[in-house]
Every structure is written in structure tokens, then in C-alpha cells.
Design a protein around this ligand. Structure first.
Ligand code: GLU
Length: 253
């Protein structure tokens, strides 16, 4: 199976912006094992800006463009350093790919990206993809990594996109506020009713939220890619997802 795993800033870092070591170690170990079992693994990782904030000891995520881009330049290095170190422990090789929306919209650049990805997979590497935040301005950006994950999964014809989030899945209401909120186990269509369940971004450091996840699910469903939203706090649950057990919310194509 070809699997794209998207991991958000809230999964990778503490509220301080510093690396959540226990979490990231578990994630790299489990993904390495899934790869050892014969699957192809692609990681779409956020965290560049968040980790830059931590490394530069900034008090909050910068709001202006140069601030965000500078934080991303610092954080992206740190991110790849960590992935290289942890995946190397399990004898896996990572490859960094930074993209903008424009790269995916331009036919020739998109084809180059896809060909390189397929070659990396045939070489047995784990591509680690992020938006090219240091050059990406609003007009040319994909904008959020949930959508980026879906576009990547569509491009390489992945079987599955697993989105690790700070919430267990899609709920009938905000479970942080409503005790009666119920998790949906399976969704087969992004209807207006489903869209109405999305709120804004849940964490302070990331950019996503349920709305961007549903936009990603729509891309996946149209492309015949199954998507799962699950909580990233326990990466061991990725094993359950791979075994087809009921975890999070499954968007079935
Ligand atoms: N590319 C951004 C980062 O690495 C994150 C975008 C997102 O989380 O959707 O910080």
C-alpha cells in the first residue's frame, strides 16, 4: 500500500513550539515499521514555522510574512534534522521536497514533481514534503498542509491519506465544548451537512482545522484515495489504521 501521512504542528510540537520528542520518536518508529512491512510511506509534515518559533525563542508565532518565512527557514532545517536522525536509526532514508501551489498548478513542474516522487519511492526513500514557506506568498501557496497532503496523495495515486490531528476525528459538534458531541466513524460524501460540522483552527501554532481537512477529504474522495483523520497523540494507532480497524473518521472513496 502507498500511504501518505500528514502530521500537523500540534502533533509535532509542544505549545512552546519546541519538539515533542516522545511523540515524534514514536511517529518515526511506527512509520519505519510500516515501511519495513512492505508499504511505501510519504510524510507531509508541517511544523517549520512552529519549530522556528521554538528555536528562535520567539514569544509567539509571527503574524507578518517576513517573520513567518524567517521562522520557517529556521524550523525546516530543524525538522529535517530530526527526521533524518530518527529515521536513520531504523535505516531509512529521508528526502526533502518543498512545494508551492504554483508548482502543482504548472503542468510541467507538477509532472517533474510526480516523476521525482515515484523515483524516490522506487529507491526506497521516505519523501518528506512541506510547503516551501520561505518563498511561498499567499498568491502562490497551497496554503495549508491538509490540502497539500491530499494533492500529494492524488499526484502519486496513493491508496490512503492519514491525517494526524489534535482531535480524534470529525465530530457532530465541538467535543471541547459539547459533551454530547459524537465522532463520525465513516463519511462517504462531503455534503453541506458534513461541511457545517467544521469549525476553525484548534491550536495556536498550526494553520489547519476541520475545514481544511474536509477540503482535503473532498480532493481524496474525488481521486479515489481513502482518507482517515485520527488523533496524532498516539502514533501507535497507525498500526490499527493499517489493519483496517476503526480509528478516527474514515472517508471512504
Ligand atoms: N507549512 C507550514 C509549516 O510547516 C504549516 C502549514 C499547515 O500546518 O497547514 O509550518
Amino acid at each position: 500500500m502507498r500511504v501518505v501521512c500528514k502530521v500537523g504542528t500540534s502533533t509535532l510540537t509542544h505549545a512552546t513550539g519546541r519538539l515533542n520528542i516522545r511523540r515524534v520518536e514514536a511517529l518515526c518508529r511506527v512509520l519505519s515499521d510500516i515501511k519495513n512491512a512492505g508499504h511505501e510511506v510519504i510524510l507531509v509534515s508541517s511544523g517549520a514555522i512552529g519549530m522556528g518559533v521554538g528555536k528562535l525563542n520567539l514569544s509567539a508565532r509571527p503574524q507578518d510574512m517576513p517573520g513567518k518565512q524567517a521562522a520557517a527557514a529556521v524550523g525546516q532545517c530543524e525538522l529535517m534534522y530530526v527526521y533524518d536522525k530518527l529515521f536513520s536509526e531504523y535505516h531509512h532514508t529521508v528526502a526533502q521536497i518543498l512545494l508551492t501551489g504554483e508548482d502543482l498548478r504548472d503542468e510541467a513542474r507538477h509532472a517533474n514533481f510526480t516523476n521525482t516522487m515515484l523515483r524516490l519511492l522506487s529507491y526506497g526513500a521516505i519523501p518528506v514534503i512541506n510547503e516551501n514557506d520561505t518563498v511561498s506568498t499567499e498568491e502562490i501557496a497551497v496554503g495549508d498542509n491538509d490540502t497539500l497532503g491530499a494533492l500529494v496523495a492524488e499526484s502519486v495515486k496513493a491508496d490512503r491519506l492519514i491525517v494526524l490531528s489534535d482531535i480524534d476525528g470529525l465530530y457532530t459538534a465541538d467535543p471541547r465544548k459539547d459533551p454530547d458531541a459524537r465522532r463520525l466513524e465513516e463519511v462517504t460524501e462531503i455534503t453541506d451537512e458534513v461541511l457545517s460540522l467544521a469549525g476553525g483552527s484548534g491550536s495556536g501554532l498550526g494553520t489547519g482545522g476541520m475545514a481544511t481537512k474536509l477540503a482535503a477529504a473532498r480532493i481524496c474522495l474525488a481521486a479515489g484515495v481513502e482518507m482517515i483523520i485520527m488523533n496524532g497523540k498516539d502514533p501507535e494507532q497507525l498500526y490499527d489504521v493499517m489493519e483496517g480497524k476503526k480509528v478516527g473518521t474514515r472517508f471512504r472513496a
